[in-house]
Design a protein around this ligand. Sequence first.
Ligand code: NAD
Length: 247
Amino acid sequence: MLNRKTAIVTGGTAGIGKEIALLFVKNGANVIIFGTNRDRAAAALHELEAARVNDSQKVLCQIANVSKTKEVEETIQTLLSTFGQIDILVNNAGITRDNLLMKMSEEDWDEVLDVNLKSVYNTCKSLARPMMKAKGGCIINISSVIGLVGNAGQANYAASKAGMIGFTKSLAKELASRGIRANCIAPGYIETQMTEVLPQQVKEAVIEKIPLGRIGKPNDIAQAALFLATAPYITGQVLAVDGGMVI
Ligand code: NAD
């Protein structure tokens, strides 16, 4: 489904991002993952190489901190000179630094906003002009249901994820006439390193609130990303993939 397409997946070395990268590779795309951890990047790259479905497919890993504007600009420039164009951008890199507002440090606020939201400005700004020149492109931003409904102890995370939604809708309006689509996925509770730190009783309480009765898997989000990557008449939307958690 993605033959001859080239995709960037940020935070593609683990969890949801790695699963999106793998599914895109299995569907014929060239895939570049961005990550910050060299060991995890090497392991992920190995998996991506093994998932290739044709000999001409390229997979690559870039060590790049998505919150750093200059680093992202330079990395994307290098990739454009190698690949010619980037067709799909998945902004997936994200972190949590949870605390009640009373106890939330300025550092934790800034770090979450920088990694989760400023990163989206960085990558989209670097790719908007090249995508406009190519008269097409697809941007998929991984937000969260927390950006839709909020959560005590996650004011920084919720603000970053809600910000992503406003950003995406604005970008969809700005770039639609150039054939560029921008959408969000809002995952519910997904089994990854980000959520494995939660205490068992919190996990059980969350499952009780999920009508489909199970925690999501990274592949549930990857399937949604593949759908949005190949849905030519959908833009500016937020697709909740949450087992019905926030109906
Ligand atoms: P994860 O912690 O397993 O993976 C996050 C990835 O982002 C890692 O590869 C990490 O290296 C990368 N990353 C972190 N900071 C980075 C930086 N500065 N530059 C580049 N890469 C960086 O998390 P996950 O659960 O797979 O989450 C992926 C995305 O999905 C995040 O944006 C998260 O907010 C969102 N999300 C997750 C859940 C969930 O339940 N797991 C729910 C809703 C939304």
